[in-house]
Design a protein around this ligand. Structure first.
Ligand code: MG
Length: 244
């Protein structure tokens, strides 16, 4: 058994990211694209591999620019229309209506495909029952983020739900983390930030002096900045319990 001085109590003040931390958000998106390519290749009359390559390239190009990324995540439906249209144009397809239909199908289907990670809800239930005060800090548009929060009944866990489009500031701007920190009313070193993105969630929280838990992307092999690196919030609870 560890000496009492080394024991770490289960945290009582925690900031959670939403997408890819509580909800499995990115993996289902790839599945939805894969389902849509053959449907729209047929409708457009082009080989599926060509459509896939063209739209994939425009999608990556669109999201690779930080300004566009900020703008796009605040209007996802429009962002997807822009890069799907660009993909169609690359193939010489002059059919913006069909491109928009594909983009909108993705927007609809990907929200349906989102689910909480296994054990994520139980982890939040455990922390709440254990007396933790938690805040949700998420980027993106309130209408889309709130729909997921309502669908999975997540609001009950959080003292505050802070969404980029309502705050007027988003991660990785430390101002967003500061708002979450203030709403918890505790010193930074008493607060944990839990998130999947090293640059958006972890680095700014570290900079403010918080403790950090990185929910590691399974394909990411880089060194972690975070105090704790775990594959899921279910594992984070195990880690905290085992530190008792
Ligand atoms: Mg995330």
């Amino acid at each position: 058994m560890r000496p009492a001085a080394n024991r770490m109590p289960i945290p009582k003040k925690i900031i959670f990211d939403l997408d890819d931390t509580i909800l499995d958000y990115s993996a289902p998106a790839e599945r939805v694209w894969t389902e849509l390519y053959p449907v729209y290749a047929r409708k457009a009359g082009v080989p599926v591999e060509r459509l896939q390559r063209a739209v994939d390239e425009s999608r990556r190009l669109y999201w690779s620019d930080m300004d566009r990324f900020r703008e796009g995540r605040l209007n996802l439906r429009q962002a997807r229309r822009i890069f799907v249209r660009a993909g169609f144009e690359k193939l010489g397809l002059n059919n913006p209506a069909l491109a928009d239909e594909m983009a909108d199908s993705f927007s609809r289907e990907r929200e349906i495909a989102v689910q909480p990670f296994d054990g994520a809800i139980e982890a939040l239930e455990f922390l709440k029952a254990d007396g933790a005060t938690m805040v949700l800090l998420t980027n993106g548009e309130a209408s889309i983020q709130r729909a997921k929060i309502v669908r999975f009944n997540l609001e009950r866990f959080f003292r505050a739900v802070l969404i980029e489009s309502e705050l007027g500031v988003g991660k990785p701007d430390q101002a967003a983390h500061r708002i979450a920190l203030t709403s918890l009313g505790a010193a930074p070193e008493q607060i944990w930030m839990v998130g999947d993105d090293l640059e958006f969630d972890i680095r700014p929280a570290k900079g403010l002096g918080m403790r950090t838990a990185w929910i590691r992307d399974p394909v990411h092999n880089g060194e972690s900045l975070a105090d704790v690196t775990v594959p899921s919030i279910r594992n984070l609870i195990k880690y905290w319990k085992n530190s008792q």
